[in-house]
Design a protein around this ligand. Sequence first.
Ligand code: FDA
Length: 395
Amino acid sequence: MKADIVDVLIVGAGAAGMMCAIEAGRRGRSVRVLDHARAPGEKIRISGGGRCNFTNLGTGPGNFLGENPRFATSALKRFTQHDFIKRVDRAGIAWHEKTLGQLFCDDSAKQIIRMLTDDMREAGARLSLGVAVERIARDGDGFEAVLSDGSTVKAGSLVLATGGKSIPKMGATGWAYDTARGFGLRVTETRPALVPLTFETGVLERLKPLAGVSVEAVVSHGKTRFAEGLLFTHRGLSGPSVLQISSYWREGEAISVAMAPGLDVFARLKTMKAENGRQAAHTALGQIVPKRLAELLVEQEGGVGNLADLSDKALRRLDAAVNGWSVKPVGSEGYRTAEVTLGGVATDQLDQQTLAAKSMPGLYVIGEAVDVTGWLGGYNFQWAWSSGWAAGQVC
Ligand code: FDA
């Protein structure tokens, strides 16, 4: 069989790969995009509860983690959240800001996929689904790939856009990391991030009655803190604030939780005691935090009884239980439920303007495969758009 010869071979038809294909195709490059999945952009489809939190109005380098968080600056500046919003508007996709600058489609995430596949088609990029790369090697100044259907592709540029390892059930693989390593690039340690945290059996047993309870909380790890929702689960903790902190937390470390942030719980309870001391302690605390949580905290702190029965010391213990809870998770739910992978192809191996490998002309790494990990809230897609766009200008 004759080899398919293209200018650019992009492996991975996710957010970054499709954006890169559009840009390269618009420059007149012949582009082929491969994906082993049956449909492109599967993570876009399921993201944001089916509405895709496609960017964040406040995106900046401060919202990213990695060995060099400033690495993302160049691509993020060259193709900004506002540039992506313009495309969404042009495609007639209605959107809204949910909270904290997070933009979602009014209707469906599928609209974003359709916009990208339409643009790819218009730009002349070819999409091949249900095919994987069996082997890939340097071939002169370019690359030669042998595909799972037995065919061969020769390309001047190769773009690794297969994302990270999260949600293997959806086809996520470590292919980009392995391939980058094979070409001599350094890859940093990878771990699940934006992921629920789990507790050991003893703590779980104690907190069992709270499964399903949610509160607005401030969750901290060292100097990093996030003020968002927290959810007690059957395995431990979830909710946006916990997912955010999971990217910073490491095994053996504690996180701190304030479940009535900004409120002086001691002073409030003391006032309530003065006003109506015959009120049950859990009823009073239930006006500050959800009822089930109040009941458990009061029982745990031995404050059973009326407010009038509680000393200042007991009220302070309740205050600490609400706003100074320090807990050591044992682990996380892992790649099975993680939204992203922390770590990836080391940023010192890549040019920050173009995402080109410094040591191998023609090789590019974009999107989640790079050691650039965003917070929860649309930042990861913005990185995928920006890095895909940047590589697409030159590959
Ligand atoms: P992406 O994972 O999108 O694409 C990689 C592509 O490569 C896939 O199509 C895959 O099938 C393909 N592939 C993998 N291995 C391959 C192989 N060996 N051969 C061929 N093809 C291969 N972010 C955000 O900003 N807002 C949000 O609302 C959400 N929501 C969200 C929900 C859930 C449940 C998850 C799991 C993740 C999110 N994210 C998110 C994160 C976001 O989805 C993610 O950061 C981007 O999709 C990354 O884009 P990439 O293009 O780099 O990879």
